[in-house]
Design a protein around this ligand. Structure first.
Ligand SMILES: Nc1nc2c(ncn2[C@@H]2O[C@H](COP(=O)(O)OP(=O)(O)OP(=O)(O)O)[C@@H](O)[C@H]2O)c(=O)[nH]1
Ligand SMILES: [Mg+2]
Length: 284
């Protein structure tokens, strides 16, 4: 769940500090990451396959630890919808910009507590609601606190519970375009999800190399080593292999749903055309 202290802010740092942007310096912070108290966008330019891309990650406070957790996904939903609204306003503008700044959220990482138990009703509620407006990717937080067996079992359990509760996470079955797509995505849905991640912004010396890692009683967990945890797999998934598709699903499905609803609700808006410019912005 998006509870406090699950390592969300740490993972944001890990993402920007890991290979994609090793060049950027000044990150070797020793100070403790403060509790996140508001929704905050953090953007960096990263280079992917020779193409410069602006990646923005929106860090959110943890919640679900209040006495009353009712509708606790609302601030997130509001933020997501505000970005759709901004985009829509630009789109219907007659003198519309050639390039509409795209702040729409292309993917939402949902942090699940590594309890080994069932998902909480709140987790299910959150994902059920938000999966209708954004691409949800569930991740198991702080995977270094589980043994390998516990991790495998917990991943299975979470997948089962999501299925039983009819929660559609990304990549959604209904959007598989052909058989090849379906085969590839079935593998992701049935084996990779939810990625069990470890985050850290501290470097350690391992075999002559500086690596991002966490010190545990069993040794250093290297966050970018795929035999230690699935951080690198998650990173490659969201910013390499599935980036374009995340953006397309956002535009063609989630944004389109919002847009249709808005135009329906408010007959005042003129009809809008669909041919938005390609952009290189990505927002998680
Ligand atoms: N064991 C372990 N601890 C972690 C991991 N990631 C972060 N932590 C620790 O967990 C604590 C909270 O980390 P944050 O990144 O601030 O967590 P957060 O989810 O942003 O917390 P809030 O902003 O308060 O919701 C810190 O002491 C981190 O060092 C991880 O992968 N494994
Ligand atoms: Mg935080």
């Amino acid at each position: 769940h998006r509870q406090s202290g699950l390592g969300k802010s740490t993972l944001v740092n890990t993402l920007f500090k890991s290979q994609v942007s090793r060049k950027s310096s000044g990150w070797n912070r020793e100070e403790k990451i403060p509790k996140t108290v508001e929704i905050k966008a953090i953007g960096h330019v990263i280079e992917e396959g020779g193409v410069k891309m602006k990646l923005t990650v929106i860090d959110t406070p943890g919640f679900g630890d209040q006495i009353n957790n009712e509708n606790c996904w609302e601030p997130i939903e509001k933020y997501i919808n505000e970005q759709y609204e901004k985009f829509l306003k630009e789109e219907v503008n007659i003198a519309r910009k050639k390039h509409i700044p795209d702040t729409r959220v292309h993917c939402c990482l949902y942090f699940i507590s590594p309890t080994g138990h069932s998902l909480r009703p709140l987790d299910l509620e959150f994902m059920k609601h938000l999966s209708k407006v954004v691409n949800i990717i569930p991740v198991i937080a702080k995977a270094d606190t589980m043994t390998l067996e516990e991790k495998i079992e917990f991943k299975q359990r979470v997948r089962k519970e999501l299925e039983v509760n009819g929660i559609e996470f990304y990549p959604q079955k209904e959007f598989d375009e052909d058989l090849e797509d379906k085969m590839e995505n079935d593998k992701i849905r049935q084996e990779s999800m939810p990625f069990a991640v470890v985050g850290s912004d501290k470097e350690y010396q391992v075999n002559e190399k500086r690596v991002l890692g966490r010190k545990t009683p069993w040794g250093i967990i290297e966050v970018e080593n795929v035999t230690h945890c699935e951080f690198a797999l998650l990173r490659d998934f969201v910013i390499r292999t599935h980036l374009q598709d995340l953006k397309e699903v956002t535009h063609n499905i989630h944004y389109e749903t919002y847009r249709a609803k808005r135009l329906n609700d408010n007959g005042g808006l003129p009809p809008v055309s669909n041919d938005t410019e390609e952009t290189h912005e990505s927002n998680l």
